[in-house]
Design a protein around this ligand. Structure first.
Ligand SMILES: CC(C)(COP(=O)(O)OP(=O)(O)OC[C@H]1O[C@@H](n2cnc3c(N)ncnc32)[C@H](O)[C@@H]1OP(=O)(O)O)[C@@H](O)C(=O)NCCC(=O)NCCS
Length: 179
């Protein structure tokens, strides 16, 4: 697979996956075309500002765009920010092929080897088993004592509670030795 910069041609399939309730099950709502385009614009701005971001994922011979996987500096303020986050969102017809885990491994390697970061974090709602499985697959460790209420959601919202996973550089380096 290829992790690449975004193209305008990605916007239509991105809008399709953002409008899919199965993909957005663990988010507050699906996105309409304008909201999806705005999300893509924010991702592209992040690349302009930082030189990296949530890459478009292309699988040659399969599809020119299956979703995004990559690195993000979240704007939220919590006990663990500022930080570098790893994240993913794929169209559901491409789930279950290992694409997310493979792309995430490449993004993690980039964070430590190219960006020289000391740690990568990830977070999601407790019920998002697929996403948690990807986190665990790439060696991230759940830190239950650090689970938190997402600051952009009102207290008591059903998606408020989030689990926090961390991957310190030393743990990544030890796992890399074994690969
Ligand atoms: C999270 C997501 C990217 C995972 O994609 P995927 O294609 O299932 O990922 P992979 O094929 O790489 O599978 C990763 C692991 O999840 C496992 N898995 C697949 N379906 C699962 C399920 N229903 N429950 C638990 N684990 C599951 C796979 O077996 C694999 O585990 P393994 O490596 O131990 O075999 C995808 O489900 C998605 O885009 N979800 C919607 C968006 C989202 O929630 N993003 C995260 C927000 S924090």
């Amino acid at each position: 697979m290829i992790l690449r910069p975004w193209r305008d041609a990605d916007l239509a399939p991105f809008a399709t996956l953002n409008a899919d309730p199965r993909v957005m099950e663990h988010f507050p709502k699906t996105l309409d075309r304008a909201e999806s385009d705005a999300a893509a614009a924010r991702i592209r701005d992040h690349f302009d500002q930082n030189g990296f971001g949530l890459w478009s994922v292309e699988v040659p011979g399969v599809a020119p765009f299956i979703g995004f996987v990559g690195l993000n500096i979240p704007k939220i303020e919590t006990h663990f920010t500022p930080c570098l986050e790893i994240g993913w969102r794929l169209a559901c017809e491409f789930w279950g092929h290992g694409y997310a885990a493979e792309a995430a491994q490449a993004a993690i390697d980039y964070a430590f080897e190219v960006l020289g970061r000391e740690e990568v974090v990830s977070y999601t709602v407790p019920a998002n088993a697929r996403s948690r499985k990807v986190m665990e697959r790439i060696g991230m460790v759940h830190c239950p004592q650090e689970d938190f209420a997402h600051p952009i959601l009102p207290a008591g919202h059903p998606l408020s509670r989030h689990v926090l996973y961390r991957l310190p550089k030393a743990l990544w380096a030890a796992a890399k030795e074994r690969r």
